[in-house]
Design a protein around this ligand. Structure first.
Ligand code: AHM
Ligand code: MG
Length: 330
């Protein structure tokens, strides 16, 4: 049996980031992969080690933190502590951006949701880590405002999915590639080369329990996908794990759409732009899919705050376009 290709070997050979040299890419993804491996182990052992349940505090956006949220944040920060290329980190679990390196080499900024879907921690359901990396426009003292860049400016984005196996998916604009963690070897091995999101799919992912609060356009979209019409392959099937990373991964591989719209109580929905939606939108687009706020391309939204929320529909191009058409009719 062939030995397979490790993440590092793939990055050296076909990382596709020639203008900066593969060196930067390796130095940025190596700590993320390390964080993914450590988190996979922590999640695996959490029930035995007393690490399930609430930590006791709320994070910057008011969510009660799970113990694994706090642990996940520490793991990502520790993994990047020795990476002089990253000037600072903005995280779902940090009130404000934190300085990581004051080196002159610190030319990147990391945005992360260390543990996506953390309501799943105690029920053995999937979880994720999301990351997006921006270039830093200047040197000197870091300010939180430097993170406020459009998602289209990301130079690298991806996620780790802790599911039936642990998979790291990344893009630097040269395709989307997935690596499965071989726990015996301790390496992410190339398993999904050049992921292409099908143009359309027959699965939708949304918290339909909230549909009565949705705007008429989203409700009509739901009516449409649940209608019986054999000729267009409807009704579509509902799949919703409670972890955006897991639901998006399904859309990328099999086609379909994930959406989380706004409602009167939360006009911009639930999900955060910088460290949840923008990185996944980048991955989706690079795989040939699409991501929208419902009114336009998500990657064009200029954030005004680190923890800003946004409505989102992401997945197959045809499904996202249809969602936008229903939204436009409102
Ligand atoms: P989290 O980062 O606090 O876990 O919140 C993000 C998660 C997504 O992964 C998931 O799709 C969504 O929130 C679930 O929210 P809801 O319980 O409202 O359906
Ligand atoms: Mg999250």
């Amino acid at each position: 049996m062939a030995a397979g290709k490790t993440l590092n070997r793939h990055l050296i050979e076909e990382g596709g980031w020639r203008q900066d040299g593969a060196g930067d890419l390796l130095a940025l993804l190596e700590p993320m992969a390390l964080a993914g491996k450590i988190l996979a182990r922590e999640i695996d052992q959490a029930a035995l080690a007393g690490k399930l349940g609430l930590a006791g505090d709320a994070n910057a956006t008011g969510d009660m933190q799970k113990k694994l949220d706090v642990i996940g944040n520490e793991i990502v920060m520790d993994a990047f502590a020795g990476c002089s290329l990253v000037a600072g980190i903005a995280s779902e679990e940090l009130d404000e951006a934190v300085v990581m390196s004051t080196s002159e080499d610190a030319r990147y900024l990391l945005c992360t949701d260390p543990l996506d879907g953390s309501s799943n921690t105690d029920v053995n359901a999937p979880l994720g880590t999301i990351f997006g990396i921006f270039r830093r426009g200047r040197t000197g003292e870091l300010s939180g405002g430097e993170f406020l860049q459009k998602g289209s400016e990301q130079v690298c984005a991806g996620y780790v999915l802790y599911g039936t196996s642990t998979v790291l998916v990344y893009t630097v604009g040269a395709g989307v590639h997935g690596f499965t963690l071989d726990r015996g070897v301790g390496e992410f091995m190339l398993s999904h080369h050049d992921i292409r999101c099908p143009e359309k799919g027959s699965v939708y992912s949304a918290n339909v329990g909230r549909h009565k609060a949705w705007k008429p356009g989203v409700r009509r979209y739901l009516d449409h996908v649940t209608e019986q019409d054999k000729s267009t392959g409807r009704p579509h099937s509902l799949r919703y794990t409670g972890a955006l990373v897991a639901d998006l991964h399904r859309c990328l591989l099999d086609g379909g759409v994930y959406f989380y719209p706004g409602d009167p109580g939360s006009p911009n929905g639930k999900l955060r732009l910088l460290y949840e939606c923008a990185p996944l939108a980048c991955v989706a687009e690079q795989a040939g899919g699409a991501a929208s706020t419902g009114r336009g391309r998500l990657l064009e939204v200029m954030p005004e705050a680190i923890h800003q929320r946004t409505p989102i529909a992401v997945g197959s191009v045809d499904n996202v376009a249809l969602y936008e058409r229903f939204m436009a009719e409102e």
